[in-house]
Design a protein around this ligand. Structure first.
Ligand SMILES: [Zn+2]
Length: 331
């Protein structure tokens, strides 16, 4: 007979109160062995499992959590931030920085950076985030092409996808609610409701010099101000705006860039170590000569870039050639 299974709490109380009647001695109850096992167990995890893991800056988290697929990247494998992206990532993790303005060139991986930042903010920082593109169709395209695939590919995000129960709010391309309590919003700046009724720690504006971001005749204040206000519930909220700079006189990016410390990207050449500003270097002088530094590539007869010919020419006596593969080694 399995006595243990039949003894309930009331029986224990009875035994405890009348040990004589039940011929048991509570004096023999010795917890020493159990206590020893417990202490040993605690000691073994004291310096591992029970420690709060060190904070992961974005660069490290992205490397560990985002895997670039073969068909989507020239450099498959764990995602590594390039030299431009790394600087923005450092500013994201710097509590003293509240606004970051990126005046970018074309094809610098800004969109890829934003989606990685979105994944980091939602799953690691567990904070609300909004991404505002220029127009509603832009926002839809960005959601479908960049954000939605991550819900399958990035495990850290995938495991936060809720299975809505009956009566729960369903996710849309514009709003998502994650299992860790994070909400995200994707909007087009052109529409009136783009900057209404949500509260977000990180506010990301993309292609901010595109038409959708220009103030409209009947609107109150600038869209950047309205967007910044989304973060007022957080003492350390962040606004990241970026895009290719448009015409200077109406450029929102330029105006915002001038408000900041106007950092320019300086890099050390991996060959000779010369520190220099990374510049496009295409502008010819009065004699039709291009500067000695800058991005260089060869074009074939068909008008296409010769594979492997793209490189950066170092601004030093040596004129070192920094190749595409070396760009991750540039700091
Ligand atoms: Zn060099």
């Amino acid at each position: 007979m399995n006595a243990a299974a039949k003894i309930n709490a009331r029986d224990y109380l009875e035994i405890y109160q009348n040990p004589e009647a039940h011929r048991v001695s509570l004096k023999h109850l010795d917890l020493f062995i159990g206590d020893q096992a417990f202490q040993a167990g605690m000691n073994s995890i004291l310096n591992t499992t029970l420690q709060i893991p060190p904070f992961k800056p974005m660069e490290e988290w992205v490397f560990e959590n985002i895997e670039l697929a073969n068909n989507k990247s020239t450099r498959p494998g764990p995602m590594r931030l390039t030299v431009y992206q790394r600087e923005v990532a450092l500013a994201i993790n710097d509590p003293n920085v509240r606004q970051i303005v990126v005046a970018k060139g074309v094809q610098t991986g800004y969109s890829k950076f934003i989606k990685a930042l979105y994944a980091y903010t939602v799953s690691y920082l567990a904070l609300n985030c909004a991404i505002v593109n220029s127009t509603k169709p832009d926002a839809e395209r960005y959601y479908k092409d960049e954000i939605a695939p991550m819900y399958k590919e990035v495990m850290a995000l995938k495991r936060l996808i809720r299975k809505p129960l009956k009566g729960d709010v369903h996710d849309t391309g514009y709003e998502q609610r994650f299992a860790n309590g994070v909400n995200t919003y994707i909007r087009g700046a052109y529409t009136d409701d783009a900057f209404r009724s949500y509260t977000t720690w990180l506010n990301i504006g993309d292609e901010v010099d595109a038409d959708g971001w220009q103030p409209r005749a009947n609107s109150i204040g600038s869209k950047i101000e309205m967007f910044r206000d989304r973060g007022t519930d957080f003492y350390d909220s962040k606004l990241l705006i970026g895009g290719t700079m448009g015409l200077t006189h109406r450029s929102i990016i330029n105006a915002q860039f001038l408000l900041g410390d106007q950092r320019r990207l300086h890099v050390d050449c991996p060959h000779c170590g010369t520190q220099q500003e990374l510049r496009w270097g295409q502008k010819k002088d009065a004699n039709g000569k291009r500067p000695e530094y800058g991005f260089r590539w060869e074009i074939n007869e068909g008008g296409f870039v010769v594979p492997g010919s793209t490189h950066y020419q170092c601004d030093s006596e040596e004129k070192c050639r920094i190749t595409q593969e070396e760009k991750y080694a540039v700091h």
